[in-house]
Structure formats: C-alpha cells, structure tokens
Design a protein around this ligand. Structure first.
Ligand SMILES: C[S@@+](CC[C@H](N)C(=O)[O-])C[C@H]1O[C@@H](n2cnc3c(N)ncnc32)[C@H](O)[C@@H]1O
Length: 278
C-alpha cells in the first residue's frame, strides 16, 4: 500500500478537512481507508504524494474537487427496509387521526436511495394505493450517491431481501441490456425528489413542515456538539406531532432540550426549545 507517499501528517490533515466540510469525525483507525478511498483522485490529478493532492485541494480546489473529496470519504452503507420496525411505525404514523391531507417525509441522509424508496413503498402500503398523498424528499451530501438514489435502479442482489410481494408490486425487472437490474415502478418516482444537502450548513435547501424525518446512521459520524446543532436546526422543521427516526446506534438523550424519546430510536420535537420556531 505505498503507490503514493502518505504520512501521519497527511491523515491528520484529511481528518481536519473532512470534519470541516462534512462534520465527519474520521476515527484514527480509518487511516488506510482514507488512503484507499482517495487514491483514485490522486491518480486522476497526476499526483505522486498525498501531500501534493491536499496542497492543490486546499490552495485551488474547485467546488467539484471538494465534492469529489467528500464523496470519496463518506460511508454509504444502506439497504432496503433497514431497521424494519421504523417503517411499521411510520405506516401507523401516516394513518394517525388528524394527519394533514398531504404528508411530507424528509430522508436526510439518503445515500444511494434504498431508504427513500423504502419510505415510498411504506407510504403506498399505509394508504393501500400507488399514489399515496405523501411527498418524500431525499437528501445527502454525496452527489454520486444522490444520482443513484434518483435513478432508483438496483442490482437484483440489492433487493433479494425485499419480500416477493413487494418486489412484484413495486419493482420492475430490467430486460436485455438491463438484465440483472431492477428499477422502481414508474408511479413511485412521482412521490420522490432529491437534493444535495449538507447537514452542517447553516441553511438547508429543504423546508418544513415534515410529518416525519428519517435521519439515520449519519449523526453517528458527527461529534456531540455537531449532533446537537443539527438537531436544533431540524426539530423546528417537524410538525408538532411529527417524528424523527434515528439510526439503531444513535441516541439523542444529550439533546433532551430539543427532542424527546418516543420509543426505539424515535423522537418527537420538544416545543419551546431553544432554536425552535414559535
Ligand atoms: C451510512 S449512510 C446511512 C444511509 C441511510 N440513512 C441508512 O440508514 O441506511 C450515511 C450517509 O450520510 C451521508 N452524510 C455524511 N455526512 C453528511 C452531511 N454532513 N450531510 C448530509 N449527509 C451526510 C453520507 O454521504 C452517507 O450517504
């Protein structure tokens, strides 16, 4: 693993830059991962040393160069109906008495889209129709992921854990040149829009109110003060009876002034909290 010169100092610098740009606190153990994720960019730029690549990035990196850097270092692991109990709870929530005629869901770390499309399927099932009165916004910092999310095209292996009934009802298998792939059924694309959104930014390109926000398995990369800041910005976008769904290993008890627990990694906004809308 020595195609390119790579020192401890380079890694420290990478950690600082990705933390500044995306809020990601890269663990000490990710030294080799950072190297292997960035080598493609070094090669493309004709660099032989990590330090040269980082110098160029810091001195005259374009928006695209920075986006490539961020895209390379994000971890995008996801799957359809990950943490299935959340989708059951969401379906109940969408059917709650007094819910607005049109409901809105934000998937704030959408990655390659499996979560977004699982939300679309859950909404169809909740209302037992292919055109439920639900709008789903997917966002992520990683633009390469978002392209995949918007396309909604997956290798069949990615959907093999989805039940046969769901596969039949909500996916279309590719033929000829698209054999081995599946895409979402066309009606579902009308429910979903995707945007780039860096949760670290002071302004987001999404507007509330939302009936539910799925912000799962992303806060885990942020330190606690950053999590708290993001939650302070996010909670006011929820309706008073809205729900925030977090990842299985994320807990927001340190932000009890902003959100309060409603069960397994599900939270409701605390009204009157600092930073919340009146
Ligand atoms: C592990 S994936 C989680 C995907 C999905 N939410 C799930 O639970 O299956 C984490 C995602 O967070 C995104 N991410 C990391 N930092 C981010 C930031 N500052 N703003 C928005 N998204 C970010 C990554 O690009 C990645 O797609």
């Amino acid at each position: 693993m020595s195609d390119f010169a790579y020192s401890e100092r380079d890694f420290t610098r990478i950690r600082r830059l990705i933390h500044e740009r995306a809020g990601i606190a890269l663990a000490e153990a990710k030294r080799d991962m950072a190297y292997s994720r960035l080598t493609r960019l070094l090669r493309a730029g004709g660099h032989r040393r990590m330090a040269d690549y980082l110098d160029g990035l810091e001195r005259k990196g374009s928006d695209d160069d920075w986006q490539d850097f961020v895209n390379a270092l994000t971890t995008n692991l996801t799957s359809f109906f990950r943490e299935a109990h959340h989708f059951e709870m969401l379906a109940e929530h969408l059917r709650r008495p007094g819910a607005p005629a049109k409901q809105r869901i934000w998937c704030a770390a959408a990655s390659t889209g499996e979560e977004v499309w699982s939300l679309a399927i859950a909404a169809c099932e909740a209302f037992d129709r292919i055109d439920p009165p639900v709008e789903i916004i997917g966002s992520d910092i990683d633009t390469a992921c978002l392209q995949k999310a918007a396309a909604g095209v997956y290798a069949l292996a990615r959907i093999e854990d989805v039940s046969g009934a769901r596969r039949k009802r909500f996916f279309q298998r590719g033929i000829d040149g698209n054999a081995g792939l599946a895409r979402m059924r066309p009606e579902l694309y009308k429910l979903v829009r995707v945007y780039r959104c860096n949760l670290l930014d002071a302004r987001w390109p999404v507007q509330g109110p939302f009936d539910a926000i799925f912000c799962r398995n992303v806060m885990i990369y942020f330190d606690k003060p950053t999590q708290h800041r993001v939650l302070r910005q996010m909670a006011p976008l929820l309706r008073d009876d809205g729900l925030l769904f977090a990842g299985h290993s994320e807990s927001f008890f340190h932000a009890a002034d902003v959100v309060t627990s409603r069960g397994r990694t599900v939270y409701a906004p605390v009204r009157g909290a600092m930073g919340n809308a009146a």
